[in-house]
Ligand binder design. Structure first.
Ligand code: GLU
Length: 494
């Protein structure tokens, strides 16, 4: 048997460090066994997926040095590798399940499902579909479909007993069917959900081992049932421990940088980052901490993966990156610095901001310190302002961040337009609105123009600075975050 593994990111935002982590383990495992590693783009959520995010993910993975044998960009024998181009395949498979009465058409309206969910929640029950359409006469259902009535396809699940499946790292896992919902397989727009698409694709692409985050464990019964219904062998599953914030919550950008672009832009070496990710839940037999991907491949063994959630510790990553930096030859070091930011290209991007403000060339460095270097640490008193309170500053920073996460084009003019619009909606003078952003980005009271600075720094560094500014102002509680999220959503609607 040829080992075939895959990573299957959804292009719904920044390229996440967790994607590189899962890709690393899958590619290392495939290489260890002389197999193939595949990149599949899971873009069936039409509202959230976008092409820009897909190419960012591919660029970021390429930057790490992880290579795939088959994928949307390279093709291969099992293509297409983008799920949105495989919709007919999923529809055919969903139809097969309906024909065999393993799935049924459900005509319940979103309103009915909302009411159901609310009532269940009030009774303290987990929300799930109540099976109203499961009992429809198939002939009646077929004629309603024929008449064009909106519907989804749901899978039937056993009403009693439990699903048992093997997890390579945990042994046999048992989950009662009573905890498994009658999952939607095909949405009313004719697109599949993840659950149908993942099973069909893993089978059709010959995937032998699924190494994915352990947040998918509870979904596995649905997949196991689908494999059985289709009469296919289920690939071996190994659920990798998810990366954690230092407080052990799931790694999130509120508490840690998570975008691969961030790591690239602040100058982590990709080989150091991969080494670090290799230490997440895995260790070399001799416990040494410095190793290359090739060394990892030579020693890799799934039995050495531990299931306790590894904490993503920036201090440790910094230390490791320092080891790699110091091991470079002087010429390599100079090359890396050049590739990173001290190059003609980057300098040319600074010129419009600095040329007119420069009398002697030596004045240049102090002006751009926060653009080429780390911004100085912030304290709350930097945010003292004539009219804005600290709470106002936090509100502005929160809303600006929320706005920025929805931006697709990261350009000075777009940022200016959006900030102006937001300040008007918040009824704050633009000048005042920009003040906390200015401090957050530059750490200073005077600096180069704000929007040009943000454009130069890029989305990831800018947003990380805004987030750390909120922390410097004492942070925002969970409750207040909820309130501000709501407030922002309402403003955004106007
Ligand atoms: N699209 C899923 C995700 O981004 C893939 C999960 C899986 O590997 O099965 O998490």
């Amino acid at each position: 048997m040829t080992v075939r593994t895959r990573v299957a990111p959804s292009p719904t935002g920044d390229p996440h460090v967790g994607t590189a982590y899962v890709a690393l383990f899958n590619s290392v495992f495939a290489r260890r066994h002389g197999g193939q590693f595949i990149l599949r783009i899971e873009d069936t959520d039409r509202e959230r997926s976008d092409v820009a995010s897909e190419s960012m993910i591919m660029d970021a993975l390429r930057w790490t040095g992880i290579e795939w044998d088959e994928g949307p960009d390279r093709g291969g024998p099992c293509g297409p590798y983008r799920q949105s181009e495989r919709v007919d395949i999923y529809r055919r498979h969903a139809q097969r399940l309906v024909d065999e009465d393993r799935a049924f058409c459900c005509f319940c309206t979103p309103d009915r499902l909302d009411a159901l969910r609310r009532a269940q929640r009030q009774r303290g029950e987990t929300s799930r579909y109540d099976g109203l359409c499961a009992g429809l006469d198939p002939a009646v259902a077929a004629s309603r479909v024929e008449a064009g009535e909106p519907h989804v396809v749901r899978m039937r699940v056993p009403s009693d007993g439990a699903c048992r499946f093997k997890d390579r790292l945990r042994g046999v896992i048992e989950i009662p069917w009573s905890q498994v919902d009658m999952q939607i397989l095909l949405k009313s727009d004719g697109f599949p959900t993840y659950h149908l698409a993942v099973v069909v694709d893993d089978h059709m692409m010959g995937i032998t081992h699924v190494l994915r985050g352990d947040d998918w464990i509870t979904s596995t019964p649905k997949h196991e049932l689908l494999y059985r219904h289709f009469g296919w062998d289920m690939p071996e599953h190994a659920h990798l421990p998810l990366l954690r914030n230092p407080d052990r919550s799931k790694l999130s950008k509120r508490k840690n940088p998570t975008s691969l672009h961030y790591f690239r832009d602040v100058g982590y070496l990709p080989e150091a980052l991969l080494n670090y990710l290799g230490l997440m839940g895995w260790s070399m037999p001799d416990e040494r901490e410095l190793f290359s991907v090739d060394e990892m491949i030579a020693e890799f063994d799934l039995d050495r993966v531990s299931t306790g959630g590894p904490v993503f510790d920036l201090e440790k990553l910094n230390w490791l990156n320092g080891q790699y930096i110091r091991n470079l030859s002087p010429a390599e070091f100079a090359d890396r610095v050049g590739q990173w930011a001290l190059n003609r290209d980057r300098l040319e991007r600074l010129v419009p901001m600095i040329q007119s403000r420069t009398e002697r060339l030596i004045d240049l460095a102090p002006q751009v310190d926060y653009l080429l270097g780390e911004r100085r640490a912030l304290s709350a008193d930097l945010f003292q302002h004539r009219t804005l309170t600290e709470e106002d500053c936090k509100r502005v920073l929160h809303h600006a961040l929320a706005m920025m996460t929805t931006l697709r084009a990261w350009e000075g003019s777009v940022l200016m337009r959006e900030c102006r619009a937001l300040s008007e909606k918040m009824d704050i003078k633009l000048r005042d609105f920009l003040f906390p952003l200015f401090v957050a980005v530059s750490g200073r009271a005077t600096a180069l123009p704000l929007f040009d600075s943000m454009a130069f720094l890029g989305a990831d560094l800018t947003r990380t600075r805004l987030r750390s500014a909120i922390v410097a102002l004492g942070g925002i509680s969970k409750k207040a975050t909820k309130r501000l999220d709501k407030e922002f959503a309402a403003l955004a609607q106007n």
